[in-house]
Structure formats: C-alpha cells, structure tokens
Design a protein around this ligand. Structure first.
Ligand SMILES: *Cc1c(COP(=O)(O)O)cnc(C)c1O
Length: 382
C-alpha cells in the first residue's frame, strides 16, 4: 500500500508555467511578480489592507514586532501550544515571551490566562489561530484596549479564517502574519505575508525587509532617481520574497477558494466518520464563520484504551503519517529553562499534548487516501 503522507503540496501545471515565465523574464528576485502578489493578496483580504511579502512567516513576525517597537525588557504574551517561531522573534529583539495556557475546547490562547499574565513590561499579545480556527479576538482586543497593548496575530494556519464574519488579516490588530511554508493552506515553497492597515507599520516593515534601504530594488531600477542611489536608514534584515516564489504564490492564491472547499469537505468527512470513536474531535468554527482547516488535531478521550504513542505507531505501521502539534513550548528545553516552566503551570495544554495527534488533511489528498486513514483509525482507536 502506498504511504499516505502527512501533507503534499498541491502544485499544478499553472504554477510550473508561472515560475517558468518568471525565470524566462530575467527578473528572479523581488520585482513585478512580488508587487502583483502583494496587491492581489491585500485585495483578497479586503479594502484598506497593506501586504508585505517576506521569505517566511517567521521573518514577518520579526518585522511586525520590530515595527511596533518591541525591544529589550519588553514582554509579549503567547500560547504555549504553538510553534517556536511565534515567540523566538521576541528574543531576536531582546524581549521575552510570557507563555500562557489554552482553552480546552478550541486549544486557542485562553483570554483569562492572558489577563493574568500581564505585567508592567507587557507590550503585545500574539494570538495563534490554532489549526485554522480563529481565536476569541473580541476578548483579546478588549484586553489589549484596557491595558494599552498591541496585537500581532500569528495567522500561519489561518488562510482563510473569519472571526464574527470578519476575515483574519482585516481585524483590529497591528498586523497579522501568514505562512506559505510547504504544508500550509497555500505555498510558495518558503514564504510569508505580513498584513496591516497601518501605513506607517507597512512602510517600516518594507524598509526593514530589505537591509533598511529606503526603497526596494524594484523602485531603484524603475524610478527617476539614479539607479545607483539609495539610503540606509536602519540596520535592516534580508527578508524579501523572490519573484519565483511570488509567481507560484499568485497561482496558489487564485486556487485558494477551491483549496478551502476541499479542506472543508475533508474535515466534514472526518468529523462525521470519527464521531463514534473515543476521540475529542477538533472544534468547528461557529456558525457563519470559516475554519481554515490547516490541521485536523484529534485527542484521545478518557475512555480510550490505547495511548497516543500506540495510535501513532499503529498508523505508521498502516502506512499513514501523523504529526503532533505541538510539543508545548513549556516543555522545550530553551523556553522551559529560560523561564523555569513546569507542566503544572499549563494543565490544559499539558493534558491535550499527552493525548493529541494530527492526521493528514491536505487538498491533494484523494478520497481513497482519506478512507484509508478513517478505516485505520476505526481499527486502532478503541
Ligand atoms: C508554520 C508556522 C510558523 C512559521 O512559518 P514559516 O513560514 O515557516 O516561517 C509560525 N507559526 C506557526 C503557528 C506555524 O505553524
């Protein structure tokens, strides 16, 4: 039986043609394709949005925190159940992360825990839309307003997701950051997009994205000022996206509505087929809202007689890949030791971690592949 991978990028001839065209154009780094990709991405999210293309979401998170002025001595609040990229960028800037527990139903950051973690050093909240389900942004914005904090959304899983009918990327946060890593809901190989509705933040991020140069290379080669002239206004980074990646991203963005459809279909089938097993199924979005279904995270319920590790091994023996999202950050040596964290401080994330596993859900997954995953789960989870 062929192996069912955890994810497989959905790249067709249109993407291959677009990248080939970019290659033949002779312009391979940031240029017209990236410009167009940014404009199309911003338009997709809605009016008033500015999009800044970057070579990873990690870079985007770094740029966003830098642009809102995070620096040494500052603290940012983030969930423990996330990828390290969410908070490592705070350390790049000399700031620290306050990790907090998650909600037992959604596994998103728990607003009550945010409130309890605020200190005089707190500057920002970094919600992560876990698995593609939007956080309780109303509660988070309320806390941010009352305490004078900025909000930067780690929206790596959330393309596209909505909260109370509004699209993630168009909410009241300072910035939201999307990822185009290979297994995300669309891909550019590696890449990301920071979006903001704040002109000044967008301008700062554009400058810091490319060495602190006050105009990007495309402007340099097309505007009226001499091509050789530029100004360095800060010690910036090298975070720009290539036109090769942007050409790929533009086609993926066009296909996104179909991708969403397919992910929703696969999620609905899992939810229906697995409902009688001793499993806690992932929470769906509230009626009227969109879940991006980047991940399909299952948890063994109390009455299950197998362990999480046994399930993962048995699925692997059946030729099915799984993953765990995530080993909580409070268990990772760097974060654990820096802040003296213990599992007891994060009872919800800890309990979830012990019994969680993610099963394959990707647009290129065939109905037959999903049927095999379902049949294996019915066989193994008891
Ligand atoms: C994938 C991911 C990132 C990082 O994205 P890159 O584009 O690989 O830098 C950040 N946060 C979360 C929650 C992710 O899943």
């Amino acid at each position: 039986m062929p192996f069912v991978p955890f994810a497989r990028p959905d790249i067709g001839e249109a993407e291959i043609d677009a990248v080939a065209r970019a290659l033949r154009s002779g312009w391979v780094t940031t240029g017209p394709e990236t410009r167009a990709f940014e404009q199309e991405f911003a338009a997709y999210l809605g009016s008033g949005v500015q999009a800044v293309a970057v070579n990873s979401a990690t870079a985007g998170l770094h740029l966003a925190l830098e642009a809102i002025g995070i620096g040494p001595g500052d603290e940012v609040i983030a969930p423990t159940l996330t990828f390290t990229a969410t908070v490592e960028v705070a350390r790049y800037l000399g700031a620290d992360a306050k990790l907090v527990d998650v909600d037992p139903v959604t596994l998103n950051i728990d607003p009550a825990r945010i409130e309890a973690a605020i200190t005089p050093a707190t500057r920002a909240i970094l919600p992560v839309h876990y698995g593609g389900l939007a956080c309780d942004m109303a509660a988070i914005f309320d806390i941010a307003r009352r305490h004078g904090l900025r909000v930067v959304e780690d929206a790596a899983h959330a393309l596209p997701a909505t909260f109370q009918g509004a699209t993630v990327g168009q909410l009241a946060s300072a910035a939201a950051v999307f990822s185009f890593y290979a297994n995300k809901t669309m891909t550019t190989g590696e890449g990301g997009m920071v979006v903001t509705q704040d002109e000044q933040l967008a301008a700062r991020m554009r400058v810091m994205r490319l060495h602190g140069i006050s105009r990007d290379a495309f402007d340099r080669f097309t505007s009226k000022t001499p091509a050789w002239y530029y100004e360095i206004v800060a010690p910036g980074f090298k975070y720009n996206l290539t036109d090769l990646a942007a050409a790929l991203g533009r086609v993926q963005l066009q296909r996104l509505p179909a991708f969403v459809q397919r992910r929703r279909q696969l999620a609905a089938r899992y939810l229906h087929a697995l409902k009688d097993l001793p499993l806690i199924l992932p929470a769906d979005a509230p009626a009227g809202d969109t879940h991006a279904w980047h991940l399909f995270v299952l948890r063994l319920s109390d009455d299950a007689t197998v362990t999480r590790d046994e399930v993962i091994q048995a699925l692997s023996d059946a030729g099915i890949a799984t993953s765990v999202h995530y080993v909580p950050l409070h268990r990772q040596p760097y974060w654990r030791d820096r802040y003296g964290l213990t599992p007891e401080q994060f009872p919800v994330a800890e309990a979830a971690y012990q019994r969680m596993f993610s099963v394959p859900l990707f647009t290129a997954m065939s109905d037959g592949e999903q049927a095999r995953v379902i049949a294996a789960l019915k066989d193994i989870v008891r």
